[in-house]
Design a binder for this molecule. Structure first.
Ligand SMILES: [Zn+2]
Length: 224
């Protein structure tokens, strides 16, 4: 029987790498992106374009209610980025409940279609302290989803233990490095005006900083 997977594909570096990972590991791949009025909504356009090129069916789900819920600098376009924000000292870009909502929506879409494998690019290594990027959260949610849907769901997290440099390395191993650099979007400011060697972005927001630093380490590790 053909194996299918649904990839949570935001259009960022991590989820783009996961999309290529899923294409190598499953016969049929679907992708899903979420519109939560994030300030870098341009990432969804990138996700859509890439899926079109790869012929991966892509669904965008409206999650704009998330913007109405929380105080965070991703959905509140006037709030500035702070590495130590007001909520539990987490970066101000932490969107409470985001991965809980995303994975639940993905599972609700997948289950009736007989898809029991979900793929997400969450990562606890380079993590900014986001609690919903940890393996512990993912394991517990998989159990909860099984109870909710009466179907065993497997949540794959191929990047969980990788830092950004290793994520670039994985992309290179899978022959998708150029695509990840040019076709993914990471910058919180939504800036795609200039292509750097590590990709598009403003180069100074926390997300760009992480990607740029990871790319630098990746290149250094290659001995170039
Ligand atoms: Zn940026």
């Amino acid at each position: 029987m053909a194996k299918s997977a649904l990839v949570l594909h935001s259009g960022g570096q991590d989820s783009t790498t996961c999309l290529f990972w899923a294409l190598r590991n499953f016969d049929q791949v679907y992708a899903m992106g979420f519109d939560y009025a994030q300030r870098h909504l341009v990432e969804l356009e990138c996700a859509q374009k890439l899926c079109e090129r790869l012929k991966v069916p892509y669904t965008t789900v409206d999650m704009s209610f998330i913007a109405a819920l929380g105080e965070n600098s991703l959905t509140n376009h006037n709030q500035s980025f702070e590495m130590v924000g007001p909520y539990q000292g987490l970066p101000s870009s932490f969107v409470p409940g985001r991965n809980l909502f995303f994975l639940s929506a993905a599972a609700a879409f997948a289950a009736p279609r007989g898809i029991v494998d979900l793929v997400t690019g969450v990562c606890e290594t380079d993590y900014s302290g986001y609690p919903d990027c940890r393996q512990d959260f993912v394991n517990h949610l998989a159990g909860t989803l099984e109870l909710a849907l009466q179907m065993k769901m497997t949540i794959h997290t191929p990047l969980m233990k990788l830092n950004k440099a290793q994520t670039f390395e994985l992309a290179e191993k899978m022959d998708c490095l150029e695509s990840v650099i040019k076709e993914s979007h990471t910058c919180y400011q939504g800036d795609r005006s200039e292509l750097h060697n590590w990709g598009y972005g403003c180069g100074s927001c926390p997300s760009c900083e992480l990607r740029k630093k990871g790319y630098g380490e990746f290149i250094k590790g290659r001995g170039l």
